[in-house]
Design a protein around this ligand. Structure first.
Ligand SMILES: C[S@@+](CC[C@H](N)C(=O)[O-])C[C@H]1O[C@@H](n2cnc3c(N)ncnc32)[C@H](O)[C@@H]1O
Length: 227
């Protein structure tokens, strides 16, 4: 599904997010949570126009940063952004699930897997499939997954503010976010949420971040929970 629902709106995506959601502020805070290290293998699942992968590479040029996205129009913008910023990142075209099975991500492991504003686009079955894919790609000993998406909205007034997003992205796709079930979905995919360091209020509702590690690691990331 295109980021704004229709392919012809893709060119507007960056501007819409920046203007309606105070993106500059939360994007910088999210990059601070990720705090990339030299040599760290980082995957951005659903990198879109590359705002996050490029920002991470600017903070730590020695990190090994990969972005994956099935939307080639979004990836073209990401390539231009990386070139303009003078950073080297790997951009992969495709669905994360397929790329992990037989494509460019098959057999690889990442120290950190990030994802921003992707899960509310996915139906529940796909959310589970993508989380399982992330679990399979995560380095076991110290790997961490850091997801940013819409947080729980228990209050009716917040749900009303969120209505435009639901109309655009679908009531079913956004249900787990609104009901605050992202931690449950993470747990069902084999993760343990080790921190929820941050929420950020926007005109449409709260963005939240979940830091998780695979249940079968035992070792908590040193950086989990830092802002
Ligand atoms: C709203 S955009 C967010 C883009 C970017 N992460 C950001 O923060 O601006 C959602 C992106 O997720 C991508 N996407 C959806 N399903 C995916 C999947 N299974 N694997 C990889 N990317 C996916 C879409 O193509 C789209 O570019």
């Amino acid at each position: 599904m295109p980021a704004l629902g229709y392919h012809r709106l893709t060119a507007l995506y960056d501007r819409v997010v920046a203007v309606t959601m105070r993106e500059a502020t939360w994007r910088a805070e999210f990059v601070a949570i990720v705090a990339p290290g030299a040599g760290e293998r980082i995957l951005d699942m659903g990198c879109g126009t590359g705002t996050l992968v490029v920002a991470l590479a600017q903070v730590e040029p020695c990190a090994q940063i990969t972005g994956i996205d099935p939307d080639d129009a979004m990836l073209a913008v990401a390539r231009q952004r990386a070139t303009a910023a003078g950073v080297t990142i790997e951009l992969v075209s495709g669905l994360a699930q397929a790329a992990a099975l037989t494509g460019a991500l098959a057999g690889r492991r990442f120290d950190t897997i990030v994802s921003s504003l992707v899960f509310h686009h996915l139906d529940e079955e796909t959310k589970r499939a993508v989380l399982e894919t992330m679990h399979g790609l995560l380095e076991r000993r110290h790997g961490r997954v850091i997801i940013l998406d819409w947080g729980a909205m228990p209050r009716i007034l917040t749900r009303l503010r969120f209505l435009p997003v639901r109309l655009l992205d679908g009531f079913d796709n956004t249900r787990a976010n609104v009901e605050g079930r992202m931690p449950q979905l993470l747990a069902e995919a084999g993760f343990r949420v080790v921190a929820t360091p941050w929420t950020f209020e926007t005109a449409f509702g709260p963005l939240a971040t979940w830091v998780a590690e695979a249940n079968d690691t035992g070792a908590a990331s040193d950086k989990s929970g830092e802002v």
